[in-house]
Ligand binder design. Structure first.
Ligand SMILES: Cc1ncc(COP(=O)(O)O)c(C=O)c1O
Length: 395
C-alpha cells in the first residue's frame, strides 16, 4: 500500500516533462541532444514588459493583491478582449491566475461534478485530461485525423454530446496540432452547442497571437452561446512570459466568482510584479510582439520543408502555435537500427537515442499515431535536428 492518495497515484505525469527529463539525462552524459519537446517560445520577454516589472519592484509593489488580480489589470484585460476579440466583459467577470493552467484547473473544479462528462477533442492539451479526471469528471473523446487537419467537426461534437455533458474544452490555435479553427467552423460548432443549454465551453486561446494567416476569431463572439463560453488566455506564449505565470479567464459572473472563491483558498492572487508587467503587455498594440509570430512562421515553413524528406510522415499545415504534429503510423510494425517500432513512443525513443532529438509521442495528447515537434528552437538547431532524423529514418 502506498502512503500517497489514490488521486495522485491515478494521475499521469506529463509526457512532455518526462521526455525533457530523459533528454537532460542524456545531455548530462555528454550527448548533444537537440530538444524539440518543450512548449515555450525561445524568445526573451520583450524589454518594454521587463521595464514595467523593474519599475513595479522599485515602486514597492510587494503586497497581496485582490484574489482575482488588480482592478487595473482586469480593466486592461477587459479592454484587450474588446479591442482584439470583440468580447464584452465587465472586469468583475475576469479572474487572473498563476498561468492559464490554473485558470483551467479552477474551471474544472468549479464546473465539473463527479460523473459529469467533459468533451475533449483529440489531440488535446495534456493537462485537460488529468484535470478532468481529478475533478472526477469523465473525459469523452472526439477523434480527429491528420486528413481532417486534426479539427473536430460540428457533427462529431453532436454525436459525442449526452445528457451528462457538462463542458467542452479545446484550444484554438491548438496545442499540439497547431490547428486553427476559422469563423465558419466555429459558427458550425456553436450551432450545436446552442442546442444543448447545459453545455459550457472552455475556449483556450493562449496561442491567439501565434496565428499565421487571417484574424483570430473567438468562439465567445457568437451571441447565441456567449454566456456559456469561458475564454481562457494568458501571457505565456504570445509575450514569451512562460515563467512569469500569468493567465486569465473571462466568463459569466457566476462562473468567475466560483473560480475566484476556489483560488482564494488555494493560491490567492498571482504574483504582483507579473500582474504589473501584464498591464503594460496587454495595453500595448499586439503588433509590438508580432516579430515572434513572423519568426515562428518562418521556422514552421522550414521544418515542413524538411519533413518532405522523411519517409512515412504525413503532415498537415499548422495555422498557428509552434508545433508540427506528423502522423507517423507508416512506421509502426517496422524495424530500425535493430529496434521494433510498435507506436509513436517507440519512434520517439528511437529518435532520442539514435538521432539525439527529443520529441513528444502523440499518445500524451490522445493521438498515438502522431508525434509533436516543437519548432521553438533556432533555425540551425531545427535544420540539424531534421537532418539527423532523416539520417536515421531514411537510412
Ligand atoms: C493549450 C495550452 N493551454 C494552456 C497552457 C498553460 O499556459 P500557462 O503557462 O499560462 O499556464 C498551455 C501551455 O503549454 C497550453 O499549451
Amino acid at each position: 500500500m502506498s502512503d500517497i492518495a489514490a488521486r495522485i497515484q491515478a494521475m499521469e505525469e506529463s509526457a512532455t516533462i518526462a521526455m525533457a527529463r530523459k533528454s537532460r539525462e542524456m545531455a548530462a552524459q555528454g550527448v548533444e541532444v537537440i530538444s524539440l519537446s518543450l512548449g515555450e517560445p525561445d524568445f526573451s520577454t520583450p524589454d518594454f514588459i521587463k521595464d514595467a516589472a523593474v519599475q513595479a519592484v522599485e515602486q514597492n509593489y510587494s503586497s497581496y493583491t485582490p484574489i482575482g488580480g488588480y482592478a487595473e489589470l482586469k480593466e486592461a484585460i477587459a479592454k484587450k478582449l474588446q479591442r482584439d476579440n470583440q468580447l464584452s466583459f465587465d472586469p468583475s467577470q475576469i479572474v487572473c491566475s498563476t498561468g492559464a493552467k490554473q485558470s483551467i484547473w479552477n474551471i474544472a473544479m468549479a464546473m465539473v461534478d463527479p460523473g459529469d462528462e467533459v468533451i475533449l477533442p483529440v489531440p488535446y492539451w495534456v493537462s485537460y485530461r488529468e484535470m478532468v479526471r481529478m475533478a472526477e469528471g469523465i473525459p469523452r473523446y472526439i477523434q480527429t485525423t491528420v486528413e481532417q487537419g486534426y479539427k473536430f467537426t460540428a457533427q462529431q461534437l453532436e454525436d459525442c454530446i449526452s445528457d451528462r455533458s457538462r463542458l467542452l474544452i479545446f484550444s484554438n490555435p491548438c496545442n499540439p496540432s497547431g490547428a486553427v479553427y476559422d469563423e465558419s467552423e466555429l459558427r458550425a460548432i456553436a450551432a450545436v452547442i446552442e442546442k444543448h443549454p447545459d453545455l459550457y465551453v472552455v475556449s483556450d486561446e493562449i496561442y491567439e497571437l501565434i496565428r499565421f494567416e487571417g484574424m483570430h476569431f473567438s468562439l465567445g463572439r457568437i451571441d447565441a452561446i456567449k454566456e456559456r463560453v469561458i475564454t481562457v488566455n494568458g501571457l505565456s506564449k504570445g509575450f514569451a512570459m512562460t515563467g512569469w505565470r500569468l493567465g486569465y479567464m473571462a466568463a459569466a459572473k457566476e462562473v468567475a466568482q466560483a473560480c475566484e472563491k476556489l483560488q482564494g483558498q488555494v493560491t490567492s492572487a498571482p504574483n504582483c510584479i507579473a500582474q504589473r508587467a501584464a498591464i503594460t503587455a496587454l495595453k500595448a498594440d499586439p503588433s509590438e510582439v508580432a516579430y515572434m509570430k513572423d519568426s515562428f512562421r518562418k521556422r514552421r515553413d522550414l521544418v515542413l520543408d524538411k519533413c518532405k524528406d522523411i519517409p512515412g510522415w504525413v503532415n498537415h499545415i499548422p495555422g498557428g502555435a509552434f508545433y508540427l504534429f506528423p502522423d507517423v503510423r507508416a512506421w509502426f510494425g517496422q524495424s530500425v537500427a535493430g529496434r521494433d517500432i510498435k507506436d509513436a513512443s517507440d519512434l520517439c525513443m528511437l529518435l532520442l537515442e539514435e538521432a539525439h532529438v527529443g520529441l513528444v509521442p502523440g499518445g500524451a495528447f490522445g493521438s498515438p499515431n502522431s508525434l509533436r515537434i516543437s519548432y521553438a528552437a533556432s533555425e540551425e538547431q531545427l535544420v540539424q535536428a531534421m537532418d539527423r532524423i532523416k539520417k536515421v529514418l531514411a537510412g
